[in-house]
Ligand binder design. Structure first.
Ligand code: ATP
Ligand code: ZN
Length: 285
């Protein structure tokens, strides 16, 4: 039987989250400690452990069928691959930063300045779009120290909380792009692999949907069931079960976590009691 070859990062910021996603999708496999390739045991898939920068090339040329990596790297490598699914983890920004003491006005600050980055392609197209000409220095690691050692006037680097920038005496001044982990796919995979990919995406969607949703159980006086149910629409409609105590029922529903916090006061006002909020593992519509 044909197997879908998935490339994930061998070690780094994406590898744990990529492996967790597979496990949550019910796919078991061996760890890539001393191996490049590991077969999944209960899904027709093989896992290739690679450096993230190499994944787009391998997926483009078909060595791997699909891959998981940051959208920033997909864009930077300019390989021709499809992006069938965003994954929602490893969210970060690619930003321009300058020394804290710098007097920043707007993007024209970078005119004729030196910028250190690991993302020369993304940066140069961003600068071109804003009609700014800078000197781009490509360095592959520790970009943030470049200004303090006199190698550059500013940097274009990955930012999440900003604490790395801050501790290197820098401040963020422009967001060049927002990134998150994505699933990429070879443009020419055959029909049977495409069917496997659809199956995999179906599972990813079920897992990701469940992360934003909660199962909610509460007790309601019978005369308030209609009003309380209206606040908790659920997947189709809430389940209502009578309690042993007459005049009371339990209402079960599924709600978006954000929505739950918005309606909690109204639920209590209408007499809801004993409210339980429980995580959901998978959610199929
Ligand atoms: P490799 O050795 O595989 O080349 P790397 O050093 O290039 O790894 P990592 O630092 O592991 O890459 O980062 C991988 C990806 O994780 C980045 O391309 C980016 O999409 C995302 N990422 C990087 N830093 C952060 C962060 N601070 N917060 C969230 N996501 C991040
Ligand atoms: Zn890398």
């Amino acid at each position: 039987m044909e197997k879908l070859k998935l490339a994930i990062q061998k070690s780094g910021r994406l590898s744990d989250a990529s492996k967790s996603l597979l496990k949550e999708c019910g796919i078991s496999f061996q760890n890539g400690k001393n191996k490049l390739l590991a077969p999944a045991v209960n899904f027709p898939m093989e896992i290739l452990y690679l450096r993230d920068d190499d994944i787009p090339e391998y997926v483009e040329n078909g060595t791997a069928d699909i891959g998981i990596l940051g959208n920033n790297v997909v864009l930077e490598t300019q390989r021709k691959v499809d992006i069938p699914q965003k994954l929602g983890f490893s969210k970060c920004k690619l930003s321009l930063a300058i020394p804290k003491t710098g007097n920043y006005t707007d993007i024209s600050w970078f005119q004729s300045k030196k910028i250190a980055t690991s993302y020369p392609e993304i940066l140069s197209s961003y600068l071109k779009k804003h009609n700014v000409e800078s000197e781009i220095h490509k360095i592959s690691g520790s970009v943030e120290i470049a200004p303090s050692i006199g190698l550059a006037d500013g940097v274009c680097d990955i930012v999440s909380s900003g604490s790395t920038l801050f501790s290197n005496g820098l401040k963020e001044v422009e967001i060049v792009m927002r990134s998150e982990a994505v699933l990429i796919a070879n443009k020419n995979i055959n029909a049977s692999k495409k069917a496997l990919l659809q199956k995999f995406i179906f599972r990813i969607e079920a897992v990701n949907r469940s992360k934003n949703s909660k199962y909610i159980i509460l007790n309601s006086p019978n005369e308030k069931i209609a009003e309380i149910s209206a606040l908790l629409p659920g997947m189709r409609s809430p389940t209502v079960v009578p309690l042993a105590q007459t005049g009371w029922s339990a209402i079960h529903s599924v709600v978006n976590e954000q929505k739950f916090w918005e309606v909690i006061d109204q639920l209590k006002e209408k007499g809801a009691e004993g409210i339980l909020v429980v995580p959901i593992e998978k959610m199929i519509l």
